[in-house]
Design a protein around this ligand. Structure first.
Ligand SMILES: O=P(O)(O)OC[C@H]1O[C@H](O)[C@H](O)[C@@H](O)[C@@H]1O
Length: 566
């Protein structure tokens, strides 16, 4: 397979609301009455019609708000908004991240060694695999104990310092794949500039057996650079206190043994004092929130090993191939992205729940929040023209069954439409029995029960038939017709975690392509960063700087300063 950069100029985004498919969907929405019970009665083949497979993922959308008419109109929207061309442009390495003038090539990070993708005459796949091989060699050294700290002891704890995409991806995947982690080797993740984060993650560690990975695409992020400097001090003070290092030369040697970096800015890595030989690189065509499958995943690779990491990448690639080559009618990310547009733009859903029935996926909703909301939370299209419709879904969630005892009340009986993705695997990494009961079966009984309860509800007649007192019948009715998607997979393996991430990456892509926005920039995070820098002197006591602040902010800072005890 050889993909080449297309040189076609980027055409202006289509206004989706002007598309004829949009009008059709609007008409359908105006008279839309969800009726899952009725649809299942009148469409005996509904389960088959709306169940799809993509690599190892089995996706049942039969309890969603899809009907034949809706799906046909959504497929027409694919044509009207030319998503397929945009998808192909992404895979080919076109600069579809217009506002940053960059290609969007996270899919190249998981191309197998034999593949080729040329960008500006460079074989990107060779570059990717050269960095992967370097990361794999490093991971092997740490795992085998060949890599030792300043006092000759093997590494026991790897602390990843990063934030946003340089944290959420690694920590989510590390937690998801804990059963694959090497015994005796732990990873921790420091992200927040709140000093308690670094303190909590380091105070009980031995500097002699701790290795820091400074993960930052730009190597300028305030939180990460501050924490990196604090970590350097913690390490050097600790080693000096233990008599391991005594002079500047030994300090430099210690940094080389206890710090590695992952970045696109290798010059800044060197300025920080990390030996470029201990730095792993990637490229500006990898967005932060799309980077866990690059060397940003070094902590994960150390934990699970190169072989498993390669399997993780193969999962992404399997879904990439599905998305790239499968006909729209069977294309799972395409259909799920379209379905989300149907909920969001036509049925006025305000948010979208993601409910993994897998404790190991407990950080998956948080990870998806960055992926989907940083990508698609935009008010202008990629040519800066204002959007004329809603964009960016609000994703949220918690693992089941925990959420059942917390917020599911609102899902079942609340007034809001909240489509929910239920995710589960067939096999537990740690099967247990409670008497005769297989505990994973109990978990899954809840999974199946919840999507059924949400879909079918409980009618007044059913409630009355249970002998319920008339005055509380209303309170005990479940309206049903709450749409869900069920995503099932055999087990939570590295490959399947890669598949799940890639599935949502491409769902996000499809939604952004329909809205005509640049899903790959994030200018909205900048203003707050600039203001924080401007306000920092005022917060620490500079009266002149405080005068510059607006009255509300000034009053807050004054209150803060008045209540500081140290
Ligand atoms: O990896 P870094 O350059 O340190 O960036 C870390 C994060 O911070 C930024 O503010 C962006 O919002 C994120 O997309 C990014 O992942």
């Amino acid at each position: 397979m050889v993909l080449r950069t297309s040189v076609a100029p980027m055409s202006a985004p289509v206004d989706p609301t002007a598309a004829s498919a949009w009008s059709s969907l609007r008409r359908l929405a105006d008279s839309f009455t969800p009726d899952l019970r009725g649809w299942f009665d009148s469409e005996p083949e509904r389960v088959d019609l709306y169940t799809f497979d993509a690599a190892d993922l089995h996706v049942d959308l039969s309890k969603s708000y899809l009907t034949a008419e809706v799906l046909a109109a959504l497929f027409a929207l694919v044509t009207d908004t030319d998503i397929v061309s945009r998808r192909d442009a992404m895979f080919a390495g076109d600069r579809i991240n217009v506002t940053e003038d960059r290609a969007v090539l996270h899919t190249a990070l998981r191309l197998p060694k034999g593949a080729a993708l040329e960008i500006d005459g460079r074989d990107v796949v060779a570059d990717v695999h050269a960095e992967l091989d370097k990361m794999y060699a490093f991971a092997d050294q740490v795992r085998s104990g060949e890599w030792v700290g300043a006092s000759g002891k093997r590494i026991e704890t790897v602390v990843n310092i990063g934030i946003g995409g340089s944290d959420l991806g690694p920590v989510m995947v590390y937690e998801a794949l804990l059963p694959y982690k090497q015994q005796g080797l732990e990873c921790r993740f420091v992200s927040n500039i709140d000093p308690t984060d670094l303190w909590e993650k380091t105070h009980d560690l031995d500097p002699e057996t701790t290795l820091f990975i400074i993960a930052s695409k730009t190597f300028t992020t305030l939180e990460t650079m501050t924490n990196a400097r604090l970590a350097k001090k913690w390490l050097l003070d600790g080693l000096a206190g233990a008599g391991v290092i005594n002079d500047a030369e030994q300090q430099a040697e210690a940094i080389a043994k206890h710090f590695v970096a992952v970045s696109t800015a290798l010059d800044l890595v060197a300025d920080f004092g990390i030996d470029p030989a201990n730095a792993f690189g990637f490229w500006d065509w990898v967005g932060g929130r799309y980077s866990v499958d690059s060397v940003i995943g070094t902590s994960v690779c150390v934990a699970i090993g190169p072989e498993r990491f390669a399997e993780f990448l193969s999962g992404f690639h399997a879904i990439d191939e599905h998305f790239r080559t499968t006909a729209v009618e069977q294309n799972v990310p395409m259909i799920m992205g379209l379905l989300n547009v149907w909920y969001n733009n036509f049925l006025d859903a305000q948010s979208h729940a993601v409910l993994p029935y897998a404790q190991y996926l407990h950080r998956f909703p948080a990870y998806l929040q960055q992926l989907t909301m940083e990508s698609n939370g935009k008010s202008v299209r990629w040519d800066s023209s204002p959007v004329t419709t809603q964009t960016g879904e609000v994703f949220w969630g918690e693992p089941g069954t925990n959420g059942q005892h917390a917020f599911y009340q609102l899902l079942h009986q609340g007034t809001k439409l909240i489509p929910a993705d239920f995710i589960a695997v067939a096999n537990s990494a740690h099967p247990l029995t409670d008497g005769d009961a297989d505990v994973h079966d109990l978990l899954m009984s809840n999974f199946f029960a919840q999507t059924a309860a949400l879909a079918w509800g409980k009618t007044e007649e059913e409630v009355r038939a249970e002998g319920t007192a008339e005055e509380i019948v209303g309170a005990r009715v479940f309206p049903g017709n709450r749409p869900t998607a069920a995503i099932l997979a055999p087990e939570l393996s590295p490959k399947i975690v890669g598949e799940l991430i890639a599935l949502y990456e491409h769902i996000t892509f499809v939604e952004g392509a329909i809205w005509g926005i640049d899903s790959f920039d994030q200018w909205g995070v900048e203003l707050g960063k600039v203001l924080a820098k401007q306000l920092a002197p005022a917060v620490s006591g500079d009266e002149a700087a405080l005068e510059q602040a607006d009255p509300s902010t000034r009053a807050q800072i004054e209150w803060y300063r008045a209540h500081r005890t140290s």
